[in-house]
Design a protein around this ligand. Structure first.
Ligand SMILES: [Zn+2]
Length: 466
């Protein structure tokens, strides 16, 4: 089998250093989608992706407006008897704070010990870049793809994919395909090859607690009014019970309970709880009683406080009762929880917990639906075969605790089976300081994608992919 890709191997070895240099160039663009001051960088990153698609030989490449950050689209449709694959990734990245915890600046990529360190190295620029490299390789080495390809690379994934679903709906006809390949997930603990078959959904909200018009002197007014920071603390403390369950009525109503088979599958994963605890630096693990750590972090819903602020945070003492206090809270959701319904339930519970003497408002920031894909789908099995061939190990089928809001849109808006094919190492520190990508994962991931187009072609036409 290896021999049949000798031409690719020769090409990939000759182009290796140029490929790495190009990847680093993408990483130097600070395309943080959540911060408006980076809107220009977002455009630069979109332009970079469009440029590389064009250079590879992909056609109809455009930087398409969505009302928010643009989507980069391109296609190659010259394999009439073969399936059409829609490839998805995102060129935007998470904010970089706390900046002082980065060993080197987040947008000055550093290569060390076989890794690239930079914001976005893993999530998701590494994966986007390896797809660009795979496209360039196919057309350079063989002159044509064995399948039809459509590339959709968006710029708002890290801030909720606000406009993508509408864009997909508007362009539904142009986006017809037989399968969607989403590369925004990764391998299992110990860098064991894995294919993600479940993603959690998301409900993200902000709580604003307001008391007085201005901060009050705590000597003159302490004892006479409700303190908004204290009120917020009471509200947040009321959102869980002592068993680590979310104390919001109705929260678990739509949760599809794990079957015995699901739990057995998750229990088989080679997960070292103590090594995991140690790697996080926490004194003890914590979560919902009655479920294993793997279940809690991948297949059970959660509610977290993402940030909390208000009042005096400077040096020394300032004796005030803050006028207001705020928190960002989010839920990771599992099938069949609906993020909008969950928002209503959480909001109602927060308002119920709000003490007298403050005004409380809860605003929805963004949502994403949960997704589970079938392990026995031929496109999933073909991906598994390619991973086994390239990485020398059969992949595990895992549920990822994270969310890719768009994964559900591909399934619901475009009615496509979704394969979550990603290669990032589990210790990539995505979303955190010192994010990194293993270069061997990148290179082997690239070779896996190259083979995967052949494997999908071998499965054949639309009918057999449904
Ligand atoms: Zn991502």
């Amino acid at each position: 089998m290896a021999d049949s890709y000798a031409d690719f191997e020769a090409y990939l070895q000759t182009t290796a250093s140029a490929r790495l240099a190009d990847y680093l160039e993408l990483l130097r663009i600070p395309s943080i989608s959540a911060l408006s001051e980076h809107a220009g960088d977002i455009r630069t990153a979109a332009g970079f992706v469009a440029d590389r698609l064009r250079a590879a030989g992909i056609e109809h490449v455009e930087v398409a407006e969505t009302g928010g950050h643009p989507v980069v689209y391109g296609d190659w449709l010259h394999a009439p008897r073969a399936p059409t694959v829609l490839v998805y990734g995102h060129y935007d990245v998470q904010p970089v704070d706390p900046l002082d915890l980065w060993e080197t600046p987040p947008f000055e990529p550093r290569v060390e010990n076989g890794r690239v360190y930079a914001r976005g190295a893993a999530d998701d620029k590494g994966q986007v870049h390896l797809h660009l490299a795979a496209a360039a390789a196919w057309l350079a080495v063989r002159g044509a793809f064995p399948v039809n390809l459509r590339y959709v690379v968006e710029g708002e994934e890290e801030s909720g994919s606000e406009n993508l679903e509408r864009w997909l709906e508007e362009h539904r006809d142009r986006l017809s395909a037989d399968v969607a390949v989403i590369s925004d997930t990764g391998f299992f603990e110990g860098n064991l090859p894995a294919i993600t078959v479940g993603l959690r959904g998301m409900m993200y909200a902000q709580i604003d607690v307001v008391g007085s018009r201005l901060d009050l002197h705590s000597g003159s007014h302490g004892g006479a009014v409700m303190n908004p920071a204290l009120a917020l603390a009471e509200i947040l403390a009321g959102l869980h019970d002592h068993d680590g369950r979310v104390a919001v009525e109705g929260f678990y109503d739509d949760v599809v309970e794990l079957t015995g088979g699901d739990r057995a599958e998750l229990a088989r994963l080679p997960f070292d709880e103590e090594a995991y605890r140690e790697s996080l630096g926490v004194p003890a693990l914590h979560g919902e009683r009655g479920y294993t750590t793997v279940e809690r972090k991948s297949a059970r819903p959660t509610l977290d406080v993402n940030g909390i602020w208000g009042g005096f945070e400077g040096e020394g003492a300032k004796t005030i009762i803050p006028a207001h206090a705020h928190a960002k809270v989010s839920c990771r959701l599992v099938p069949d929880q609906d993020p909008h319904r969950v928002f209503e339930l959480v909001r109602d519970r927060i308002l119920e917990l709000a003490p007298v003497g403050v005004r409380v408002e809860v605003r929805l920031i963004n949502t994403g639906h949960p997704l589970v894909t079938p392990i026995d789908h031929p496109a999933t099995q073909a991906a598994a075969a390619c991973i086994r061939e390239v990485f020398g190990k059969a992949p595990l089928f895992i549920r990822e605790g994270g969310s890719v809001p768009v994964a559900c849109s591909f399934a619901s808006v475009l009615s496509l089976p979704v394969v979550l094919l990603g290669f990032t190492p589990p210790d990539d520190q995505a979303h955190a300081p010192n994010e990194s990508m293993r270069l061997d994962n990148y290179e082997l991931g690239l070779r896996t994608v190259i083979r995967y187009w052949d494997a999908l072609a071998a499965i054949g036409l639309a009918a057999s992919l449904d």
